[in-house]
Design a protein around this ligand. Structure first.
Ligand SMILES: Nc1ncnc2c1ncn2[C@@H]1O[C@H](COP(=O)(O)OP(=O)(O)O)[C@@H](O)[C@H]1O
Ligand SMILES: [Mg+2]
Length: 334
């Protein structure tokens, strides 16, 4: 018999964050998808937030790795070590059944890699669910109904756009333009305009504090003071960065996201397009929290846009709720 004594878990294995949902409990873990390793021995030193604090601050003997890239496993062994740590932290040594999300459009090989990594990490069995579908469930959209819903999940590595109806994905687009690219754009902007070198973490702080999808609305946001290393003198330096300039710097990424949404809308049937116009587009993932993003997308698509409640949790909640279907998935697999 499966699952005796062990609680089943849903895992949102994200490029930026990993969340674990436990049956009957809800979300029990939220940690950055980061692992710190000893460069000489390969031994894991820290996982999650502790490892994230080390990014950009490690001596030569330690390396902080983000094992997921663009939504898929980039470093298999490190992903398995990370999952093992998170699974043990939540369910101890009991071997749970696990439901894990994968981006829509991943290959069979990539799916297999996720399932294998989960089993190496201690799951007795693992199933995968498509991420936009999980996001839509977590956002409370009527995914099983004969009506079209559109969800846009903006994570660290990818933005996934999908229309969903009658329990399945009707059309979807995935682009590698999301949170990380906003950060890179900010690093590059500060570099070329102030001759200042800043790390990924500082760029992310700037984005969260003053980043705006709308250049116009950025006028109302105050500048922030940031610190980095002057590329000319090599010394620490601080400068004031204006929200309008940051908004300009991230515009290309914002526009790419809008194009992906428009293309997905164009691929759908007129019926589903009509449903989406009626119900609006729902944003999930951490990128949904970028200031003024719903307004900008709505302006470009002429469709109402909403941010899901707790956008960072949607995929994990949807993955967890899909545990209810695990019996059916087992049968289908046989
Ligand atoms: N308030 C915010 N404004 C803009 N971006 C944010 C905000 N909060 C989190 N993010 C971004 O969201 C991304 C992480 O979202 P998440 O959905 O957890 O990603 P993933 O599913 O890829 O792990 C990161 O790029 C992070 O910088
Ligand atoms: Mg995600």
């Amino acid at each position: 018999m499966f699952g005796l004594g062990a609680k089943n878990i849903g895992i949102d294995l994200g490029t930026a964050n990993t969340l674990v949902y436990m049956e009957g409990k809800g979300i029990v873990l939220r940690e950055p998808s980061v692992v710190a390793k000893n460069t000489h021995t390969g031994k894991v030193i820290a996982v999650g937030s502790e490892a994230r604090e080390m990014i950009g601050r490690t001596p030569e003997s330690i390396v902080a790795i983000r094992p997921m890239k663009d939504g898929v496993i980039a470093d298999y062994d490190t992903t398995a070590s990370m999952l093992k740590y998170f699974i043990e932290k939540t369910v101890g040594n009991s071997k749970p059944s696990a439901m894990i999300c994968v981006p829509s459009g991943v290959t069979e090989v990539e799916k297999r890699a996720v399932i294998d990594a989960a089993r190496v990490a201690g799951a007795r069995e693992a199933f995968v669910i498509e991420e936009p579908f999980a996001a839509a469930i977590g956002a409370g959209l009527p995914v099983m109904d004969p009506t079209g819903s559109m969800v846009v999940d903006i994570g660290g590595g990818t933005t996934d756009v999908a229309t969903i109806s009658l329990g399945g994905i009707v059309s979807s687009t995935s682009i590698r333009q999301a949170g990380d690219k906003f950060n890179t754009a900010i690093v590059n902007y500060v570099h070329s305009n102030f001759n200042l070198l800043i790390g990924e973490r500082t760029a992310e702080d700037i984005k969260i504090q003053i980043g705006s999808a709308s250049v116009e609305k950025a006028e109302d946001i105050e500048a922030v003071n940031i610190r980095g290393r002057d590329l000319v003198t090599g010394l620490p330096k601080s400068v004031d960065v204006k929200a309008v300039d940051v908004a300009h710097a991230i515009q290309d990424v914002v526009q790419d996201i809008i194009v992906a949404i428009k293309e997905t809308l164009e691929q759908t049937s007129p019926e589903i397009a009509a449903d989406v116009i009626d119900h609006g587009i729902v944003l999930t993932g951490g990128g949904a929290l970028l200031k003024n993003l719903p307004e900008i997308i709505s302006e470009a698509t002429k469709v109402p846009v909403f941010i899901a409640q707790d956008p960072l949790d949607c995929v994990a909640v949807g993955t967890g709720e899909s545990l209810k279907n695990i019996e059916v998935m087992r049968k289908n697999r046989r």
